[in-house]
Design a protein. Structure first.
Length: 322
């Protein structure tokens, strides 16, 4: 006879649809119910304390979770420190990550309540979800039971690049068991993202080495970016979703549809039939399905190359192996 937890997951998967091809039995919605029943409440309380004071942490924590899952899977390896500065967090794409203190605070609160029980990988998964909730973004279920990895290598960091074309991006996602829809949906997280002028300088000033800009960009948008980012300015902040960066909504797709994607990885969503169609539908319908789709794709992301059972460990402190 099915347990309530199993039944809940079966119902959940039927709602998410057949596209969610994941080992749903690997994790459990009630994994800590007997050993640490207040896990989700504790993490949500700590996350709300931090993000309500500094809402920009929502984008930072969501990005941290994504970066963790794309290297060695969702195992908390992004959180590890190395005395030789050769861990994942020391890789160039991760140097700008923020929000480690939120994960550490949530983990410390859990250690006080139920020491040695909740993994850092699960804490990060919950913090990312709850940070988005604080800024009134969508909710998604987070089945638990991940264990923490013991390995974190700078040499293994190979994240989807902001300079990548659609073919490369689709392959990056396929390598993690995610499809083209997941790619275009999760790109929607850029609705609350920020970057720096350094990452768009060449695209607006010297795209082919001839002092030109990327022809895939709206010329009016290029002019606006040049006002923000002077040729020698590599530090100023640029919104990925101008006009809506503080709200988690579907406005990002309006921006991309108007050829105002900040990165090549944004603009190139228009270079594939499926991803372009999704962008256009969300732009035309005010994001009719975006929140639901984002929840589905985040749910799937949480199962990427996870460690369970006797694999990995439960770290006492997220920055160090036991």
């Amino acid at each position: 006879m099915m347990t309530k937890t199993l039944l809940a997951l079966v119902v959940l998967l039927s709602v998410l649809g057949n596209s969610v091809a994941i080992p749903w039995y690997s994790l459990n919605l009630n994994y800590y119910r007997s050993r640490c029943p207040d896990t989700e409440r504790i993490v949500r309380r700590v996350t709300q304390q931090y993000v309500s004071r500094k809402p920009s942490l929502a984008a930072a924590l969501l990005r941290m979770y994504f970066h963790d899952c794309f290297v060695r899977g969702c195992d908390g390896s992004i959180l590890l420190k190395s005395p030789n500065n050769d861990a994942e967090r020391n890789a160039v794409p991760n140097l700008s990550l923020r929000g480690y203190e939120v994960v550490d605070a949530a983990k410390a609160a859990l250690e006080r309540r139920c020491p040695g029980v909740v993994s850092c990988a699960d804490v990060l998964a919950l913090v990312a979800r709850d940070a988005v909730l604080v800024i009134r973004g969508p909710w998604w279920p987070v089945p638990l039971g991940r264990r923490d990895g013991r390995i974190s290598r700078i040499s293994e960091v190979n994240l989807p690049s902001p300079f990548a074309n659609i073919t490369t991006l689709k392959q990056n996602f396929a390598d993690k068991g995610l499809n083209a829809k997941d790619l275009v949906v999760l790109s929607g997280a850029h609705t609350i993202g920020i970057s720096t002028c350094a990452l768009v300088n060449a695209r607006i000033y010297n795209f082919t080495g001839r002092g030109d800009f990327d022809p895939a960009m709206n010329p009016g948008y290029v002019r606006a970016l040049k006002k923000r980012c002077k040729p020698t300015d590599f530090r100023s902040i640029v919104d990925m979703d101008p006009g809506s960066v503080k709200r988690f909504d579907s406005h990002y797709y309006n921006v991309v549809a108007q050829r105002k994607g900040l990165f090549t990885s944004d603009s190139t969503l228009l270079d594939d039939f499926d991803t372009r169609h999704y962008v256009q539908i969300q732009a035309l319908t005010n994001g009719i399905s975006f929140n639901r789709d984002f929840s589905d794709s985040m749910f799937k992301l949480g199962f990427v190359e996870i460690l369970t059972g006797r694999n990995g460990e439960i770290r006492r402190k997220c920055a160090f192996v036991n």
